[in-house]
Design a protein around this ligand. Structure first.
Ligand code: EPZ
Length: 418
């Protein structure tokens, strides 16, 4: 067990290049099972979610190796269609493998992923879509058992622009018989990246990034070498950290339009932001005004994955802020930890009412989930005094070299064994 010891109050200066996006690399790894040829994914972040997805592929019989930061996947000998339940529990998003496994093996099975620390996270949209494509699905004893002859293209309307459901359908439709049209698709940049990856394998997909995505099923997909899109959420996390601490940070590799409303909100806080192509430079005095309101929405709205980080920023802003979390039911579990640092926040259902205090103070706090943990690190970086941040396994799921990067920017942070 490790912890971060953070001595807050240091301004941050410098530049970082964003890592490849966790929420793109995961579906790309799943997609690699759709071909028996070699797949190479460059510049893969060494984070535990990626390691877990790689283990799932190995359990299915694929060979997965990492060298020089790149992932190499050979699934020619893969024959297993069941995802081990322990791995599904560890990596909920593995449920989008169902579409890929049905495409490759005509069968798929995984434990019901169940809820997690940010919400119920149902998968009805995934399963209804696969049924529309002629998959037979049985839910028995906490398991989801799927089978089909050959998946058939279908017209699918999503009640909610679910990222995972949209990805599952893309993975199912790429090799299905006939044409699939998704209405109400998620529009996140990671969906566009998955379309580009599959098309580079020989798929025929268009429309990703809009509400309507069309997939013409093909008979076979070939190997590919691919550079994933960079991680907009990681980039946003560092920008918010610099806003809170004060200083100047340039992030490279993420286009401004991939960050939804974040840059607009940071300008509202009083940050200066200049952008050029895939470079974003933020300058902050460290004394920020609260946002009147932040409401999380599907892309291109304000990203739910940056909600906790912006709540931490507003906790020591001037004024008050209303945070509304529209995507997940319980994505405020980090708030009691912020209150231990002196934050004045009241949570009522999906709303968090934040009254800015002049400065937070150091405390011992525990991460409960990935982005909530990032919020605690940000709060500790800006706080007066020393904080211990525990349960770093949550952070290791999605942030590669977090401690080293922050140290490089001037933060007084160290990772110590507890
Ligand atoms: C993806 O999760 C991301 N994870 C999440 O990032 C992100 O918060 C989320 O999209 C929203 O942007 C990965 O990409 C691995 P959803 P996903 O399906 O696919 C409801 C992080 O921190 N819903 O878009 O699970 C659901 O309850 C993680 O990196 C249904 O009702 O998100 C939620 O309210 C956390 N039925 C909403 O949709 C379904 O069948 C958004 O879920 C599926 C989803």
């Amino acid at each position: 067990m490790d912890k971060f010891v953070i001595d807050g109050g240091r301004r941050l200066f410098g530049g970082l290049r964003a890592q490849s996006a966790k929420n793109s690399v995961l579906p790309l790894l799943a997609a690699s099972i759709l071909t028996e040829e070699r797949v190479t994914i460059f510049d893969v972040p060494m984070i535990s979610d990626v390691a877990c997805m790689a283990q799932i592929l190995r359990e299915l019989g694929a060979e997965v190796s990492f060298q020089g930061g790149n992932a190499f996947i050979d699934s020619a000998d893969a024959t297993e269609h069941r995802i081990p339940s322990a791995l599904t529990k560890e990596l909920r998003s593995s449920v989008f493998m169902l579409g890929a496994l049905l495409s490759r093996f005509r069968r798929a099975a995984c434990a019901y992923p169940g809820g997690c620390d940010i919400g119920l996270r149902p998968i009805d949209l995934h399963l209804n879509a696969l049924k529309r494509m002629d998959a037979h699905i049985e839910e028995r004893d906490g398991y989801i058992l799927c089978a089909c002859d050959r998946l058939k293209g279908a017209d699918i309307v999503l009640d909610f622009p679910s990222v995972g459901a949209t990805e599952n359908i893309l993975l199912a439709a790429a090799l299905a018989e006939g044409r699939t049209v998704i209405e109400g698709a998620a529009k996140e940049p990671e969906i566009v990246d998955l379309q580009n990856f599959l098309n580079a394998m020989g798929a025929k997909i268009c429309g990703a990034g809009t509400d309507t995505v069309e997939i013409e099923g093909v008979k076979k997909l070939h190997g590919v070498e691919y550079h994933p899109v960079k991680d907009r959420i990681e980039a946003g996390t560092y920008l918010i950290a610099c806003a809170v601490c004060g200083g100047e940070l340039e992030i490279e590799g993420v286009r401004p339009d991939c960050l939804g409303l974040l840059l607009h909100k940071l300008r509202e806080n009083g940050c200066k932001i200049h952008t050029k192509n895939d470079k974003i430079k933020l300058t902050s005095s460290g004394r920020l005004k609260c946002n009147r309101k932040i409401e999380t929405m599907p892309f291109p709205g304000f990203p739910t994955d940056l909600q906790a980080q912006m709540t931490a920023l507003n906790a020591s802003g001037e004024g008050c802020a209303l945070i509304v979390e529209n995507l997940f039911e319980t994505r405020y579990k980090y708030v009691p930890e912020l209150k231990r640092m002196g934050a004045d926040i009241e949570v009522d259902g999906r709303n968090a009412f934040v009254r800015g205090v002049p400065r937070l103070h150091g405390a011992t706090v525990s991460c409960g989930d990935l982005r909530g943990g990032a919020a605690l690190v940000i709060a500790a970086l800006g706080a007066e005094g020393v904080s211990d941040v525990l349960d770093l396994a949550h952070l290791d799921r999605g942030y590669c070299d977090l401690c080293a990067n922050l140290k490089k920017l001037g933060a007084k942070i160290k990772r110590v064994r507890v």
